[in-house]
Design a protein around this ligand. Structure first.
Ligand code: AMP
Ligand code: ZN
Length: 470
């Protein structure tokens, strides 16, 4: 049974897809005006865990993630760099796709770009216009009248008495206390340069919120199952999406809304001025692997703020080494030629761990509980191996349990950078081979110890030395 905290009902609800067995999921994607920072990736990592949990629960998932490639920020950025909008955003789109691969995220099925969905946005605005909910103001922009939509305020509590009726806000981002009629279509002005599309209301461009309303429904239908984003997206972005879509389509927009809490750095908000603002590359450049970063990003319950620190990355490295050592030990056993069947105790240990792990994830994505179950399994599995209770078939069933957990965690296979043999280890190995040839066994043993101190073991095989990371 899947149960998720729904920001719309403010409680943990049973999750039932509209079509049995299939889930439509929309996640607000990056605004491609800059390199995404690790706070953004916390959000995408939570969505990846969600998607993997749905898949591991036997559901099919259609995942749509938009790329906001036209809005206030992208236009400003392209002008600052004196580049056409498309060329400016392409660089950040490419970087985003490289980064999600580094973080082992399953790509979405569709990545609609806002600039390729303008026709659908205009249609949606036209419907709102025809229904009298949208209007064109003196500045030629088209606005959504919140006074005409009494259901405004489903995610956050809106004090209707303090609503600034007739006041308009053209910016995409604003705080709740400056809530007003928001822009659906922004009339072209000089600041927009060569960015603009023709519409029934004149040349202009869409507001940010209408982009997501149009792109989600184009690929998932007017009503769909899941919509996610970071907590800062709840107001005004998601609130405005609900208002536009429900007012235009006359039906419920999304059944379950899920939002993740923010990532903070050493307890402080991440900001350029504090010098604690990191892109993924900044952290990779410090010698951490994508796998280690993923481990930290997914390790905290998504509704709790995640305190990012380099100490957390070092701890992740230690935990992953424990996992790797356990996997290596079971793989050695599983490879043995042994026809005996697995014992019921080991089968129960392995399948019990896998089931408990999935159940923890199905209960509002409790990854921390899931990791606790994994480490209990490692402790109990090591004890059983110490006691000689695990034969090859038992080891196979333990590997199967780990594989099922890793369908969601995706951290058990080391990155290529983690398994690459360092040059120093290779050089010491060559010196050791020379020492052995000269029958200088004392020197060869000493070199072996030096290699071990670097965390590696060299096995002599007929095909030459084989390097194993310890
Ligand atoms: P943006 O590109 O700014 O629209 O953000 C992309 C996604 O990252 C949105 O869903 C945001 O809510 C989310 N996000 C932004 N900053 C953070 C943060 N510090 N921690 C977690 N999620 C964030
Ligand atoms: Zn969005």
């Amino acid at each position: 049974m899947l149960r998720f905290y729904n920001s719309l009902t403010h409680r943990v609800d049973d999750f039932q897809p509209i079509q049995p067995g299939k889930v439509g999921m929309y996640t607000c994607g990056p605004t491609v005006y800059n390199y995404a920072h690790i706070g953004n990736f916390r959000c995408y990592a939570f969505e990846d865990v969600l998607k993997r949990t749905l898949l591991a629960s036997g559901l099919k998932v259609r995942h749509v993630m938009n790329l906001t490639d036209v809005d206030d920020k992208t236009i400003r950025g392209s002008q600052a760099e004196k580049l056409p909008l498309r060329q400016f955003t392409q660089k950040y789109k490419d970087a985003f796709f490289a980064d999600i691969q580094t973080l082992r995220m399953i790509p979405a099925d569709v990545y609609p770009a806002a600039t390729e969905t303008i026709t659908e946005m205009i249609q949606l605005i036209q419907t709102l216009f025809d229904k009298g909910i949208a209007y064109q103001a003196e500045d030629k922009s088209v606005y959504f009248s919140i006074a005409k939509w009494p259901k405004y305020g489903q995610l956050v509590n809106i004090d209707r008495d303090s609503m600034r009726v007739g006041v308009r806000i053209k910016m995409d981002e604003y705080a709740k206390d400056s809530m007003a009629d928001f822009a659906l279509w922004k009339a072209w002005d000089e600041a927009d340069g060569d960015v603009g599309w023709d519409s029934p209301w004149g040349r202009g461009r869409p507001g940010w919120h209408i982009e997501c309303s149009a792109m989600s429904s184009k690929y998932l239908g007017k009503t769909f199952d899941l919509h996610c984003g970071g907590i800062d997206n709840m107001f005004p972005h998601h609130e405005d999406e609900i208002a536009q879509s429900e007012a235009a389509n006359g039906c419920k927009f999304v059944n379950t809304w899920m939002h993740c809490a923010h990532l903070v750095v050493d307890g402080q908000k991440m900001s350029k001025s504090l010098g604690n603002f990191y892109t993924l590359k900044d952290i990779l450049d410090k010698g951490y692997s994508g796998r280690e970063i993923r481990y930290v990003l997914i390790g905290t319950y998504y509704r709790q703020s995640l305190n990012f620190s380099f100490q957390a990355l070092d701890e992740a490295r230690g935990n992953l080494q424990r996992i790797d050592a356990f996997v290596a030990r079971i793989k050695d056993l599983a490879a043995a030629r042994d026809a005996a069947a697995a014992t019921p105790e080991i089968i129960a240990l392995a399948s019990g761990a896998a089931e408990k792990f999935l159940a923890a994830l199905q209960e509002d994505l409790n990854v921390s509980a899931g990791l606790g179950i994994l480490f209990d399994f490692i402790r109990d599995g090591n004890r059983a191996m110490d006691a000689g209770q695990v034969n090859a078939a038992g080891a196979q069933s333990m590997l199967a349990a780990l594989a099922s957990m890793d369908r969601i965690l995706a951290v058990m296979e080391p990155d290529a950078t983690e398994t690459a043999v360092p040059a120093e280890v290779v050089s010491l190995t060559e010196q050791r081979a020379a020492a052995r040839k000269a029958r200088d066994w004392a020197r060869a043993d000493q070199l072996r110890d030096q290699i071990a101190a670097l965390g590696w073991e060299v096995k002599d095989t007929p095909k030459g030395p084989q390097f194993v990371k310890r």
